[in-house]
Each structure stands twice: as C-alpha cells, then as structure tokens.
Design a protein around this ligand. Structure first.
Ligand SMILES: [Zn+2]
Length: 84
C-alpha cells in the first residue's frame, strides 16, 4: 500500500484511486500518422523503470483526474498537479 496525494483531498490510500497510465502528449497532427504510429500512441507504453508521469483518478473520493510523478522502483510520489 502507498499513499497518493490528491490535489483536491490530500493524502489518501491508493485503493481509492484508479491509474490512468502514463501521461503522454497527444500528437500535434494525429491525421498525419500512419496506422502503426497511431496504434503505437494509443496502445503501447514505455514501461519506464524509474520516474514516470502518470494520470490518476480519485474514483472513491472527489472523482477528479490529476497527474503525479511516481518512481516505479520505490513508489515515491511527487506532489500532485491539477490538470491544465
Ligand atoms: Zn480527491
């Protein structure tokens, strides 16, 4: 178990949250991508060992989305950011 700092509710148990996966930037011009590049953007993840920027949803709390940086080696989480 680890704690996740919701920017709206404060520190909460991870069981209250649903991971939204790696925070990735949408391609500037998706229509210019071929099918393989678009599929790569939608379905493949880097699976980085170390610090990863992620989306989290506070499903059993305020029900809002936010981003954190989480170290996959030790679950250390940076202060959360509200969505832009
Ligand atoms: Zn919350």
């Amino acid at each position: 178990m680890f704690l996740i700092p919701c920017p709206f509710c404060g520190q909460r148990n991870e069981e209250e949250f649903v991971s939204g996966g790696e925070a990735r930037r949408r391609p500037d011009d998706p229509a210019s991508l071929d099918d393989a590049a678009w599929a790569d953007h939608l379905f493949n993840r880097d699976n980085t060992k170390g610090v990863v920027r992620e989306w989290w949803w506070h499903a059993r709390g305020c029900r809002l989305w936010f981003m954190v940086e989480r170290d996959t080696l030790n679950q250390a989480i940076s202060p959360a950011e509200k969505p832009p």
